[in-house]
Design a binder for this molecule. Structure first.
Ligand code: SF4
Ligand code: SF4
Length: 390
């Protein structure tokens, strides 16, 4: 179930603010917000302990909330095994008096994943989200080291370890950023070969100030063949979160993707210096776009939940009049809020991916309606069964 607006359940913990890769599309290092330069590279242990105490304090009166803590960066595994062990242990100990545990995930490029790190993750039940963009050519276009070499072999090794016994249970899924120069079905099949339980496709971050140079419908033309292949599988091989969420919206549900739907899952970021921010995608708009003025040393998560970024289902970014009047608004919701930004009018615009989002939403809606119409009464539409979700 999606959490109610104002209830925090996803906590993104920036444990390391540097990276061992230099992907050219990385908004953290190449975008207008360069705040990573002024923050500690590594989250201090004391900050980790305070995070655990703040989380416990927040959960006391919320027995129904199962917190999801996502370790993020930069590259979070740069903190090393000692500090990772310390963080997981201190968080577990902080919540133990409540008889609760946080679900934990690490989102990584995989280069530092080896059997030692995976054994530690297994001990603490920390699942792994792996960033990979497809096969060798697709992945190597952007995901490169500072020396310019592709990270494909290192990330593929990580996927192979995650598929193997005893680490398979840790395999959370793959996050892939789209490049429309790649063949969509080839990308999908390359990712399927890695046997992830879930795949999420991300649009490269863009705003009206820096629009996607291929135009926005190219992204729908990339995603539609993958959707069709996935939707037509006799048994779905993988959950594709973007499509599953869109289908849920098409079938009258609420959805749960950051990209689609009028209501977005509330997520809160804690940076390496303990400051509380909204999700990173806003960093593509302007320096300071994520700031709340709050930090975990002085403020509780209770106070943070009242901030306009977290208190309402639109994340404090209401849809513009064009979106509200749009025939696919119930599915699209105006797209990712950060993608609506334009200097001067701020976020009061349709998404810079508007045409592409409309085309994809209409396609998914049409296929869902045709599938429903062809079913005997009482059956679920193809694709309406999905596995676990964040
Ligand atoms: S691995 Fe992630 S954080 Fe590191 S440079 Fe690439 S996109 Fe940025
Ligand atoms: S398709 Fe465009 S106008 Fe319609 S809701 Fe989405 S972003 Fe807004």
């Amino acid at each position: 179930m999606a959490e109610a607006a104002g209830t925090l359940s996803q906590f993104i913990l920036k444990v390391h603010s540097r990276c061992n890769l230099a992907c050219d599309y990385c908004y953290v290092y190449n975008g207008p917000d360069q705040s990573w330069q002024y923050r500690p590279a590594v989250m201090p242990r004391q900050t980790m302990e305070i995070f655990g105490r703040r989380l416990r304090e927040y959960l006391v009166d919320r027995p129904d909330v199962r917190p999801h803590v996502v370790l993020h960066g930069g590259e979070p595994l740069l903190i090393g095994t000692d500090r990772l062990d310390f963080l997981a242990t201190s968080l577990t100990e902080a919540l133990a008096p409540l008889g609760r545990r946080a679900r934990m995930t690490v989102q990584t490029n995989g280069l530092l994943l080896d059997s030692t790190v995976l054994s530690l993750l297994l001990r603490h039940e920390i699942s792994v989200g792996l960033s990979m963009d497809g096969g060798s050519e697709a992945h190597g276009r952007h995901r490169r080291t500072r020396a310019g070499t592709s990270s494909f072999d290192g990330s593929t090794r990580a996927a192979e370890l995650l598929r193997s016994t005893p680490f398979r249970s840790l395999y959370g899924g793959i996050l892939a950023v789209i490049d429309v120069r790649n063949d969509p079905v080839e990308v999908y099949e390359s990712l399927l070969e890695l046997e992830p339980p879930t795949i999420d496709f991300l649009l490269p971050h863009a705003t009206w100030d820096a629009p996607p140079k291929e135009g926005s419908t190219a992204y729908a033309e990339f995603l539609i063949p993958i959707f069709d292949r996935w939707f037509d599988e006799p048994r779905l091989k993988v959950e594709i979160r973007l499509f599953a969420s869109l289908l849920e919206l098409a079938l009258g549900g609420v959805g749960y993707s950051e990209l689609f739907g009028p209501a977005r899952p509330p997520a809160i970021v804690v940076e390496t210096d303990g400051t509380i921010e909204r999700t990173d995608s806003f960093k593509i708009a302007y320096e300071g776009a994520c700031s709340t003025g709050l930090d975990i040393f002085s403020n509780s998560f209770e106070q943070a939940a009242e901030h306009r970024f977290f208190a309402s289902s639109d994340g404090g970014v209401p849809p513009c009049d064009t979106c509200l009047a749009c025939p696919v608004y119930r599915l699209c919701g105006g797209g990712m809020a950060a993608h609506r930004y334009r200097s001067g009018s701020g976020f009061a615009n349709p998404s810079v991916y508007c045409d592409g989002l409309a085309k994809l939403a209409e396609h998914v809606q049409g296929r869902a309606e045709r599938a429903l119409a062809s079913l005997p009464l009482g059956r679920d539409a193809p694709g309406s069964h999905r596995g676990s979700r964040d």
